[in-house]
Write a protein that binds this ligand. Structure first.
Ligand code: CO8
Length: 257
């Protein structure tokens, strides 16, 4: 594994996965997400593992999908690569996944955290869907899961303006389980994992499946539409301009084409 680190066990029956692209703020490249998918498949099949904790580092959980890898792609490239299909393994994992988030959880990073079953955040965590600022929209569940979690008004503001939510606000609006001091976010997530790992693994899986069912019954159609629209944004000049401006460290000049 080059882009993630897996510690199994980190404590009895608990596996830890850490994103490991610190220089890129854990930008979620295609190879990183393939490694994550493989690790989750292995841990889900490992009878000794009962709960998985997913984390980044103190500065960044993950600052989004890798903009540099996507910047030149056409809508058809995006549709054919369908990179987000590998992301589906997170929601297919039967064992609980707890996200331990510190620093940036933006774009795809926020979406990965929301794909997990619970989120423990450090007081420095910020959550956001800033895709609009680079000429696209969330593509891995942001428009659907964020709206279900925090309600239409707040989600609309975040998705349409790119505004970030602090950890404290995220807790207030029900996006996350709790906020703890930065030095405790990982140990707190592992503590929660240990509580669940002490219970019946079968009942835990069944309970997780049932809770997700109530949450996702009407989600699938929204997700399909969201993914198509995300790929479609790559047909616009604004996407090329927005991503090029990010890479060249300048302000974008959007023209609406
Ligand atoms: N992709 C690629 N590289 C990135 C990303 C990213 N998302 N985020 C940061 N980096 C890189 C920077 O380019 C920089 O690299 P370099 O040193 O080579 O210039 C390095 O990480 C450090 O970043 P900064 O210098 O920008 O650090 P700052 O502390 O100044 O700023 C920010 C931190 C605010 C997080 C800033 O980096 C930022 O705005 N990043 C982009 C955030 C963003 O727009 N995320 C959304 C990306 S699009 C997306 O996620 C679509 C999701 C759809 C999922 C679809 C799945 C199918």
């Amino acid at each position: 594994m080059e882009f993630i680190k897996v510690t199994n066990p980190v404590q009895p029956h608990i596996a830890l996965i850490e994103f490991n692209r610190p220089k890129e703020l854990n930008a979620l490249s295609v190879p990183l997400m393939s490694e994550l998918r493989n690790a989750l498949q292995d841990l889900d099949a490992d009878n000794e593992v009962r709960v998985i904790v997913l984390t980044g580092n103190e500065k960044a959980f993950a600052a989004g999908a890798d903009i540099k890898q996507m910047a030149d792609k056409s809508a058809i490239d995006m549709y054919q690569i369908d990179q987000f299909a590998t992301w589906d393994q997170i929601k297919k994992t039967k064992k609980p996944i707890i996200a331990a988030v510190s620093g940036f959880a933006l774009g795809g990073g926020c979406e990965v955290a929301m794909l997990c079953d619970m989120i423990i955040a450090s007081e420095t965590a910020v959550f956001g869907q800033p895709e609009i600022k680079i000429g696209v929209i969330p593509g891995a569940g942001g428009t659907q899961r964020l709206t279900k979690a925090i309600g239409k008004a707040k989600a609309m503001e975040m998705v349409l303006t790119g505004k970030f939510l602090s950890a404290e606000e995220a807790e207030k609006h029900g996006l996350i389980n709790r906020v703890v001091p930065v030095e405790l976010y990982l140990s707190e997530a592992i503590k929660l994992a240990a509580q669940i790992a002490a219970l019946s693994p079968i009942a835990v899986k069944l309970a997780k499946e049932a809770v997700l069912r109530s949450f996702e019954t009407h989600l699938e159609e929204g997700l399909i539409m969201e993914r198509k629209n995300f790929y479609l944004a790559f047909a616009s000049e604004d996407q090329k301009e927005g991503m090029a401006a990010f890479i060249e460290k300048r302000s974008p000049n959007f023209k609406g084409k």
